[in-house]
Design a protein around this ligand. Structure first.
Ligand code: SF4
Length: 458
């Protein structure tokens, strides 16, 4: 399983002193839970002070019985999976720093690739790049400068991906890196505004999606109003992460003007056109393969039949260390429907292949259940290069496609055939210009200076 490194949310309301903000943050984080399951937290501003609560665990566990103590008029929240920084509560978010009598809190999704360089003259309490970002911004606030110019100055120093939200007293300040690598959007809710990683958080609050926060833009919310919107850096091109469309984001989200569901369905259709497999039915790897498989079935004319059922209650589980961990995780998560599988030729559609080990176990499971043939179709082109922008495949070695051909991978997995969507077809399915999409893990072409990337990978 590939894990995302965070979901962020910020809420500003005109009504003060109620529990609305914390409940809105809670429901929004609940909708973003898929973006991080290690820890959750929120910071709210209430009558002159910031209250912070964060803990390891799922949103529903962390805030159980705590929400009634978190009233306020503005707040920010976070769900986390770690890449930079260890997985412990000290590194969970929001981060809070008191500076000259004022509290500053931050939540962040992304990765600063020049993190090590940036901390060289800094005293920090954690190993998280979000704290570094907050120190940099506060450093630029010397001379009582406004927040927007301070963020603008910091954007010039930070390299990498960041969709971040600050809470400074009762102001919620959202900003996005100039390449717009990670998603961030804004919506209207009853009595105020919300900014969040994905539009599903706005939907959950019965809000109205307004737009994506633009790359390099700063938006300031206060008392339930937008009081500032400025695009402080505007580059010729963006670098929206293709993996949001393929895997990370929920299919019911709309990211940078594209419905994730529609992109995945189109990918499935293209896979059907290009692979042209003679089979009895098409089946998804639950749940992430479902929308691709729907597109595949529609275009190929093959019936859509489930062959694996997911245990929806698998979350954090006590599993034996190391060796058996992934094997057991697959068995706990997926169970075959033998009556559907026995004697059948199956097109199995999945989102991506990272190490190949999960695909291998699934194909083995289907064959053990009597499948005559298993043809694997993958909605993401071969991953050949690490991601330095906040996804947990950070070395080339762990990517099977970096060293093996498609035929070799097919053999390792035990599939009767293996078909990937091509990079060009993926770009076509997303419907954006090639220059506006990050494809670095597929092509090895990074959009920030490589010398800073080696700081992180070393
Ligand atoms: S390298 Fe891949 S996973 Fe990382 S941001 Fe770019 S497209 Fe997304």
């Amino acid at each position: 399983m590939i894990r995302e490194e965070c979901g962020v949310i910020g809420v500003s309301l005109s009504r003060k002193g109620s529990l609305e903000v914390s409940y809105h943050l809670y429901y929004g984080l609940y909708a973003l839970q898929h973006r991080g399951q290690e820890s959750a937290g929120m910071a709210v501003f209430d009558r002159g002070r910031v209250k912070l609560y964060k803990e390891m665990g799922f949103v529903s566990e962390v805030f159980n019985k705590k929400l009634d103590k978190l009233g306020g008029s503005a707040g920010i929240g976070h769900v986390r999976y770690s890449t930079i920084g260890e997985s412990n509560v000290k590194n969970s978010q929001p981060f809070l720093i008191n500076h000259k009598g004022k509290a500053y809190a931050i939540v962040h999704n992304g990765n600063l690739v020049n993190y090590r360089k940036l901390i060289s003259n800094m005293e920090i309490t954690s190993t998280s790049d979000s704290e570094v970002m907050l120190h940099l911004i506060i450093g630029e606030l010397r001379d009582e400068r406004d927040i927007t110019p301070a963020i603008s100055a910091v954007m010039g120093e930070m390299k990498g991906s960041y969709s971040a939200i600050l809470l400074v007293e009762d102001c919620v300040i959202a900003f996005r890196d100039p390449l717009g690598i990670k998603p961030l959007c804004i919506g209207r809710i009853d009595g105020g505004y919300i900014v969040a990683s994905e539009s599903v958080a706005i939907d959950t609050l019965d809000g109205e999606f307004i737009r994506d926060v633009m790359p390099g833009e700063v938006i300031i919310l206060k008392d339930g109003e937008i009081i500032g919107e400025e695009r402080v850096i505007e580059l010729e091109n963006t670098a929206h992460c293709m993996f949001e469309y393929v895997y990370f984001a929920r299919p019911d989200s709309v990211i940078d003007g594209r419905s994730v569901y529609d992109v995945r369905r189109r990918i499935g259709e293209i896979l059907a056109e290009k692979s042209n497999i003679d089979a009895d039915f098409v089946s998804p790897t639950p749940d992430s393969g479902a929308t691709f498989a729907i597109g595949y079935a529609k275009r190929s004319g093959l019936p859509y039949i489930e062959s694996l059922i997911k245990n929806r209650y698998v979350g954090r589980t006590f599993i034996m260390p190391e060796q058996n961990e992934r094997e057991l995780a697959v068995r706990l998560k997926l169970n075959p429907i033998k009556t559907n599988i026995d004697g059948k030729r199956i097109v199995l559609v999945d989102d991506s292949v990272v190490r190949g080990t999960t695909s291998k176990r699934i194909v083995r499971m289907l064959k053990k259940s009597g499948a005559k043939e298993v043809h694997l179709c993958i909605g993401c082109p071969p991953l050949i290069s690490p991601c330095y922008y906040g996804v947990d495949f950070t070395t080339k070695d762990e990517l099977v496609a970096s060293k093996k051909s498609i035929e070799e991978i097919s053999k390792i997995i035990g599939a009767d055939s293996l078909h990937y969507i091509s990079v060009e077809d993926l770009i076509g399915a997303i419907g954006k210009k090639r220059e506006d999409i990050c494809l670095a893990c597929l092509t090895g072409e990074y959009r920030v200076n490589y010398h800073t990337l080696t700081d992180v990978s070393s």
